[in-house]
Design a protein around this ligand. Structure first.
Ligand SMILES: [Zn+2]
Ligand SMILES: [Zn+2]
Length: 258
């Protein structure tokens, strides 16, 4: 009898504990729902996009400053290229590249971009210019489809395996950066107007079909399930073998990168 009573008391005790814990869970869920509603009803909190976690933490420093995001970079790429120069641990032998004179460690590529944490489309678009038009997740600069002294085609021979080279200044990408994106939806970087640019494919693996003349559209991204304006690498062959990252125009308001 004593044992049976003990078991009965024990099981009641366990049930009570289970009941209590499920009650507790329910009340926590309710509390969360209420606080979320409260938040929505009051001020929008400025947050850093999850996309920034893809930027190389050794090359970039990214933080919120009020309603803006500050992106600081060394300007150096975190991957191999012939442009590191013989002897560097990231040097890659690329005998077919028609090298420009400069090497990566020999320039100061550091740059800062300050953009809105919540960028909006502008009422009119802005053409891109020479120099950095964005910062890639690797830390290096993104340029448009022009080369300082003429069209990019004249400099195509100096581009390395990942569509980049050094002009007179910093190491920069013109083309789909094969180091981390090859016909996919990888995050390429952020452009000067604060919008992110992704690879040629969308989140779902398909090529987007509703892009505007800048290669942009509203849609979900790997970093945001909500509709968010973003660009894609141009999915049209350039010189029969390349994909240009971004010729322009900016659909937002560009900030300077310097
Ligand atoms: Zn260039
Ligand atoms: Zn998209």
């Amino acid at each position: 009898m004593k044992v049976k009573t003990a078991i009965l008391i024990l099981s009641i005790g366990i049930m009570a504990v289970l009941a209590c814990s499920s009650d507790a869970d329910d009340s926590i869920v309710f509390t969360d729902d209420e606080s979320t509603t409260d938040d929505d009803g009051t001020a929008e909190e400025v947050t850093l996009s999850a996309a920034f976690s893809e930027f190389d933490a050794n090359e970039t420093t990214i933080y919120l400053d009020g309603n803006n995001v500050v992106i600081e970079t060394t300007g150096f790429p975190n991957h191999e290229t012939v442009y590191w120069g013989v002897g560097n641990e990231l040097y890659r032998e690329e005998p077919d590249v028609d090298l420009t004179p400069s090497r990566i460690p020999n320039f100061d590529g550091s740059a800062t971009l300050v953009v809105s944490a919540n960028p909006q489309l502008a009422s009119s678009s802005t053409s891109t210019s020479l120099g950095a038009i964005g910062i890639a997740v690797s830390g290096a600069a993104i340029f448009n489809d022009q080369e300082g002294n003429g069209p990019l085609s004249g400099a195509a021979g100096s581009l390395d395996w990942t569509g980049a080279h050094i002009g007179p200044s910093v190491y920069h990408y013109h083309l789909e950066p094969k180091a981390w994106s090859d016909d996919d939806g990888a995050l390429i970087g952020i452009l000067a107007d604060g919008f992110f640019i992704y690879g040629r494919r969308d989140y779902d693996g398909n090529y987007p079909t509703d892009l505007d003349e800048s290669g942009g559209h509203f849609g979900p991204t790997p970093h945001n399930p909500e509709e968010e304006y973003h660009y894609h690498i141009q999915n049209e062959l350039y010189l029969n073998q390349y994909y240009v990252i971004f010729p322009g125009d900016y659909q937002g308001t560009p900030s300077s990168i310097n």
